[in-house]
Ligand binder design. Sequence first.
Ligand SMILES: [Zn+2]
Length: 452
Amino acid sequence: MPPIQTTIKCPSCGSPQPAIIEQVIDIARDPGSKTRFLQGRLNFFQCPSCGFQGALATPLVYHDPVKELLLTYVPAEMRLTSIEQEKMLGGLIQQVVNSLPAESRKGYLLRPQTALTHQGLMERILEADGITREMLEAQRAKSKLAKELIDADAAARQALIAEQDQRIDADVLALLNAIVRSASAQEDAAFAEKAAQARDAVMQYSTAGKRAQAQKEEMEIAARDLEALGNQFNIDALVTLVASAPSLDRVTALAALGWQLMDYGFFQKLTERVDRAAGSERERLGSIRDRALVEIQRIQQAVQSEMNATVGVLQSILQAPDLDHAIEEYLPELNDVFFAVLEANLESARRNKQEAAIQRLEEVKTKILAALDQSLPPELRLIRDLLGQESDEQAERMMADHAGEINDNFVAALKAAVADLEANSPGAPSERLKKLLAQAEKQAALARFTGK
Ligand SMILES: [Zn+2]
């Protein structure tokens, strides 16, 4: 059930335009299609003639075999009779069933559930992920509040903050921050300005804002204290720093920044201090230790769940029927954590001599590296290749071979790379790039002169 390449009439200007229509979202075959749908990117049409953009109305069948979920949706605006609907959906469901091996054709496939609206379809999918309608409604209410705070003028805004103080929480603050960022990124200066004013007012006047402000200050102090510790770091000094925290907020801040240092040994020493103390001091140290423990557990859980999510991404890519497509889909999400998980999987497959797994993982790794490489601008690719040469002479020869690419862009990128290397890892690589830079500047000047 590949997407259908077709020609549609633009709903706005009526001109015929090519479009891609997907009618089956089967996350067993294409794990990325779920995200595309939830983000509104599935069947999204933009008219090259008149600029119209919007979702194309089409029947949809959603299939998640793991959750045994089969959902259908037919937009009311298509005005199909129930017989026409049944016929269209029947054909799509048949495609889903046909793609499954006989042993996976279970009873739920005979009982598709109907969603009456696009929104309803999304809610059913999210519900199966454990995201309830109440959670979605709470989220919507928060978005609405954020929008009202931005739209209000200064006086009305202050009144709104006082009136809604209880509903303004960390989520609303995070939303406002995200809106400010995205408005600035889209260069919508007027809106960004208004959003920033709303955020600043909320920080200044709301209970949650004041608290966030105080936490931010605690964070800054904790960062300074830990940095001061860095020069002669030892675990006793860290225990002393945490034990002398003037507030539990400071303990939270220290844990957020120094959690990797707060291991079993750290807590043992902290507990010794609690046990040695008496009276109110014992109570004070005890509550500091309890807070630190809670924070460390919370952070470790968050790290673990990011790891789990990353493992999920890797699984989706490994199982994808169309590997290139899956990699393209997930490329923006592939970070250092992902590569660490990939390497760990390779390591374990090698240890257990699982040939098929090794091969697939190697294939995935090679393709991802190639895809990342493709997304690099050509001048950065050349610089990377130059750094990869064994000797300076080879690098110089390589650059001479690529004379056609040595232009002002390349020189600028090379300058930036030298500065970057100097700052982060001075030594041999930056020396080589400096030599090459001198040669490149000559070549580029020469090319300009000869008009090449
Ligand atoms: Zn159009």
